[in-house]
Write a protein that binds this ligand. Structure first.
Ligand code: GLP
Length: 264
């Protein structure tokens, strides 16, 4: 695991965009796992600008999004479909038939649908690079505390904390979905490489538990300790309660010197 410490949210976004862009350039047919939320917005901005100004080409890439609220149609501005299209896909040259986002419009047969989503990922050759944010309770995707560390794509019930955290995105009075379709922790751990971004004080506790705490289903992100190729990109606030910050900085310098390909 590598921990990259940045000063602020802007730098986190730029560093994530740099790494994703490098991966796309070295493998134009890359399969990306993508995340929503406010944290990766700077990364999408960076990727859009690299596409527009430096010709970063997504035409052969494939993507799978982590999750979607159950009950929201794709044209609902609060849906993750809408988020992805407005913040990313409509601004780059991704081919729409290679974009996959779990459907929020399902009314039945959830497990068959989720199995098909898993099959699509497998058919595409698996996810090469998965981007993640983290919830205040340590969730990744919508894998709320106590999700099985071996879980696969499925319908998941949201905690009250997550529902409250997401209230800011919904107009007043509008009902917030109580469930989501999300890739499982097992699905996420199958990705060849994982980038997880966190910014702000409200994430510090979850980040510290994920990186330095024991592996536990009560903090889904701690399962990333089981993965051999994970990079955490954090701003100062999100990293503020880590106890080994100096060591992480030193590891980063040594990585740049001896194994720079890990950060390319
Ligand atoms: C939602 C998403 C997660 C995201 C999290 C944090 O719950 N399902 O994928 O990481 O929110 O969001 P934000 O980046 O807005 O703090």
């Amino acid at each position: 695991m590598l921990v990259v410490l940045k000063q602020n949210a802007k730098e986190v976004g730029q560093e994530a965009a740099r790494i994703v862009a490098g991966a796309v350039r070295s493998n134009p047919s890359i399969v990306l796992g993508l995340a929503t939320g406010s944290t990766p917005l700077g990364m999408y901005e960076g990727l859009v600008s690299l596409h527009k100004n430096s010709g970063l080409d997504f035409s052969k890439a494939t993507s799978f999004n982590l999750d979607e609220y159950l009950g929201l149609a794709p044209e609902n501005p609060q849906s993750f479909h809408y988020f992805m299209h407005s913040n990313f896909f409509s601004q780059v040259n991704f081919s729409s038939e290679r974009v996959h986002i779990p459907s929020g419009a399902l009314r039945s047969n959830y497990s068959e649908y989720c199995e098909r989503y898993e099959n699509e990922i497998r058919k595409a050759g698996g996810i090469d690079l998965q981007v993640l944010g983290i919830g205040r309770n340590g969730h990744i995707g919508f894998n709320e505390p106590n999700s099985s560390l071996a879980s696969r794509t499925r319908l998941k019930e949201l905690t009250q904390e997550t529902i409250e955290d997401n209230r800011r995105f919904f107009p007043q009075g509008e009902e917030i979905p109580e469930c989501a379709i999300t890739m499982g922790i097992g699905t996420i751990l199958d990705a060849r490489r994982i980038l997880i971004l966190a910014t702000g004080k409200s994430k510090a506790d979850a980040v510290a538990k994920a990186i330095e705490g024991p592996i536990s289903s009560s903090v889904s992100a701690s399962a990333l300790q089981l993965h051999p190729d994970v990079i955490f990109i954090l701003d100062e606030d999100a990293a503020s309660t880590l106890t080994q910050r100096d060591y992480y900085r030193r590891v980063l310098e040594l990585t740049k010197k001896y194994t720079p390909e890990k950060l390319a």
